[in-house]
Design a binder for this molecule. Structure first.
Ligand code: NAP
Length: 271
């Protein structure tokens, strides 16, 4: 029986990179998305093919669900239960930038509410639902333990935050506020879930080449060339995928609440 991972926003960008990395490691996948069914289907098919090339047979199931919507979050969890039967890894990746980059003194409440609903409220309450299921599942796994029962490693939860959790960009303040708030979910859930054997991690990506950063490519090309990141290149979705795969394979069993910077060294203070 394969381990099962649910990735929010798995259709494109970083979420797709995470899905491919977990497929390579033989996970069954629930690939959540908001609207882009075609991209989600393509990612699912690519995951199945990549896993097969490595000798794994996996299931990859796309599931549309707006994580800002409570009923849709419940439907996503119900879908994972019906399609896959268990949940070993939740990756809270889905997130949005403001539709318009507005100056801090001009930005409006509608954008603030939208960004906070998708980037913070969604992961908070989805993790609550998933954690309840994981606790119930861990108990059932323990009760079923015996010589013939499959041995499952403990479940895990990952939050994909951003360097924006601690970096001020005054033309997208609501995004920075959201990522700073998201960063608090890691210690909160890590502290609460340790007694159940569930470890929680945060990955802070830096500048990653996706649809989200495409509109500001020229600006970031110049910053990278000037050395804003000690490792002078764009990050790729695969860079983040490798970090999630390392967590998923159980590389950090005595660590929880940890932050992993996948940012080319952006966070380093230099003199
Ligand atoms: P992206 O290319 O724009 O992809 C966003 C993904 O999230 C898509 O799969 C999209 O689904 C999904 N999504 C959007 N709103 C959703 C909602 N309400 N419910 C469910 N899914 C939703 O973004 P990305 O660059 O890969 O970013 C992924 C995460 O990494 C975000 O949390 C972002 O803040 C974070 N991040 C990105 C960077 C970067 O440089 N790119 C850096 C640091 C952190 P559809 O395909 O259906 O639209």
């Amino acid at each position: 029986m394969n381990r099962v991972a649910l990735i929010t926003g798995g259709s494109r960008g970083i979420g797709r990179g995470i899905a491919l990395a977990l497929a390579r490691a033989g996970h069954d996948l629930v690939i959540n998305y908001a609207r882009n069914a075609e991209a989600a289907q393509k990612t699912a098919a690519d995951c199945v093919a990549l896993a097969a090339a490595g000798g794994h047979t996996i299931r990859a199931r796309p599931c549309p669900s707006d994580i800002a919507d409570p009923a849709a979050r419940q439907r996503l969890i119900d879908f994972a239960r019906t399609e896959c039967g268990r949940l070993d890894l939740l990756v809270n990746n889905a997130g949005v930038a403001p539709e318009v980059r507005a100056d801090l003194l001009e930005s409006g409440e509608a954008s603030f509410d939208r960004v906070l609903a998708i980037n913070v409220k969604g992961p908070f309450f989805l993790t609550q639902l998933a954690a309840r299921w994981m606790i119930e599942q861990a108990r059932a796994d323990a009760e079923a333990s015996g010589p013939d029962a499959p041995a499952f490693a403990p479940p895990q939860i990952v939050f994909i935050s951003s360097i924006s959790a601690y970096t001020a960009s005054s033309n997208r303040g609501e995004y920075c506020v959201a990522k700073a708030a998201l960063s608090m979910l890691t210690p909160l859930f890590a502290a609460r879930l340790a007694e159940h054997g569930i470890n929680v991690y945060e990955i802070r990506p830096g500048i990653i080449a996706t649809d989200m950063t495409a509109p500001v490519k020229a600006k970031y090309d110049a910053l990278i060339a000037e050395g804003v990141t000690p490792i002078r290149r764009w990050g790729s979705p695969g860079d983040v995928g490798r970090a999630v795969a390392a967590i998923a394979e159980g590389a950090f069993p005595f660590s929880t609440g940890e932050v992993l910077n996948v940012d080319g060294g952006f966070h380093l203070r230099r003199l």
